[in-house]
Design a protein around this ligand. Structure first.
Ligand code: AMP
Length: 434
């Protein structure tokens, strides 16, 4: 199938050609006709499948096909869980809508509201927002959602994980009852099914990858290592193999910071991104990583979610995630678009059960590869995994990155630490002309 067979307007085909894309990805081939037909859609698709264009292209096409006269109203509302994802989606709207006259705006918290208010006053066709800031504007009557024709929930599973369900319900009350709804999610959990049941009307279901499968092109393996030696092993791995673009996952924000510091001290260009970092710092770190200036980006699951990095060669699970599905999300960032990638997990004795859970989900064992000089000490016993840094400071932690006394344990890794809401910050707030 070619893009030209999908019935898209010439302006959109032109921007697709500008990007050098010829063939729609499987999710695009399935989703685009459904959205063009005005149907509701439930799509199971992970980042890296081309899902963003899967909804952005047909939505732009629908707007182009029925241009309204009179003052601009927000006709499309796209909700995302994180500011990074919001910024990326809006970027795609601009890219694919480059030859169309629509205006888009990305909106999230952590920055002043005034620039967003002026942008809204200037008239917007497509709004990409995180729920919290959107509701703040709605409460202050800065935003009029009465003209919304299409509502998209992107990465809906993550929005639910982050506790956004009530915010989503409040937003749904603000948009017209008759509208087109699109729901994108990486998983089909029971919660997602419930949300889909209440939100979508006679939806079409499309699925791009089988649920919970890891990409075939990723070589997955495990190095067993003592918890206190993980940092040294990571330094050696990066140096010995000459790795240059490595995304490293930690469970906690403080763990990410400590690890980035350790790498820097070892002379490896590294930075950390997580919810406590300012938006500017996160954007800068990501740009430096993409351009190759930074060799290692250390990230928590939530911060890394939705980050679009093409053909990432190496993902390291410095710590295994507590939720096995997150492992699949993490390693889905490598081995994309036909390039091979590696996903290595550093597993200490505390994490054997997590590894077992992951293998059960994958329905296969992950190869264990011994790394010279790092064989685990068999006398070390497993300890409970501590998730939060409440009451402790980074300086109080042991070199292995585990908190000393005072850390809480057993907190859900999916719940953002702190307020129960993700930290929302700002990036761009100006309107975009197409
Ligand atoms: P997404 O899953 O939306 O995050 O997209 C993943 C990456 O695939 C992005 O960098 C897109 O620019 C790229 N992409 C999207 N559609 C296509 C396509 N049809 N052909 C090649 N690359 C694409």
């Amino acid at each position: 199938m070619k893009f030209t067979e999908l019935g898209l307007v010439p302006e959109i085909l032109r921007s697709i050609a500008d990007q050098g894309y010829e063939t729609p990805t499987p999710i695009q081939a399935q989703a685009i006709p459904v959205v063009l037909a005005g149907r509701d859609l439930m799509a199971c698709a992970q980042t890296g499948t081309g899902k963003t264009a899967g909804f952005t292209l047909p939505i732009l096409n629908r707007l182009a096909a029925s241009r309204l006269t009179g003052p601009r109203k927000i006709r499309v509302l796209i909700l995302t869980p994180t500011r990074e994802l919001a910024a990326q989606v809006e970027e795609s709207v601009r890219t694919y809508g480059a030859h169309l006259p629509f205006k888009s705006l990305v909106m999230f918290g952590g920055v002043g509201m005034n620039p967003q208010i002026s942008a809204l006053r200037g008239g917007i066709d497509i709004l990409v927002a995180t729920p919290g800031r959107l509701l703040d504007h709605a409460q202050q009557r800065n935003v009029d959602l009465s003209g919304v024709e299409v509502l998209v929930l992107d990465e809906a599973d993550r929005m639910l994980d982050m506790g956004f369900i009530h915010d989503i319900k409040r937003v749904i009350k603000l948009v017209p009852k008759t509208r087109q709804n699109l729901l994108f999610s990486a998983t089909f959990s029971d919660e997602i099914r419930t949300l889909a049941g209440s939100f979508l009307v006679e939806p079409e279901y499309v699925e791009s990858e089988r649920r919970n499968t890891a990409p075939d092109l990723v070589r997955q393996y495990v190095h067993k290592v003592d918890r206190e030696r993980k940092r040294d092993l990571l330094v050696d791995l990066i140096r010995d193999n000459g790795w240059y673009q490595v995304l490293v996952f930690t469970r906690t924000k403080w763990g990410a910071n400590g690890l980035a510091d350790k790498l820097l001290k070892a002379g490896i260009e590294a930075d950390a991104i997580h919810g406590n970092k300012s938006q500017n710092a996160r954007t800068r770190a990501l740009a430096n990583f993409k351009s190759g200036k930074l060799h290692v980006l250390v990230a928590t699951d939530i911060a890394a979610r939705g980050i679009d990095i093409n053909e990432l060669p190496h993902v390291v699970n410095f710590e295994l995630p507590n939720v096995a599905e997150d492992y699949v999300h993490r390693i889905g960032r490598t081995g994309r678009a036909g390039t091979e990638g590696s996903a290595v997990s550093l597993v200490c004795v505390d994490e054997n059960k997590l590894l077992h859970d992951i293998e059960r989900l994958l329905k296969k064992q992950i190869e264990v590869v011994a790394y010279p000089d790092y064989a685990p000490d068999p006398s070390i016993r497993a300890e409970p995994i501590l998730m939060r840094s409440a009451g402790t400071r980074a300086g109080q932690r042991s070199p292995g990155g585990r908190p000393g006394s005072g850390g809480q344990r057993g907190n859900s890794p999916r719940a953002p630490s702190g307020t129960g809401k993700p930290a929302v910050g700002s990036h761009r707030s100006g309107s975009r002309h197409h």
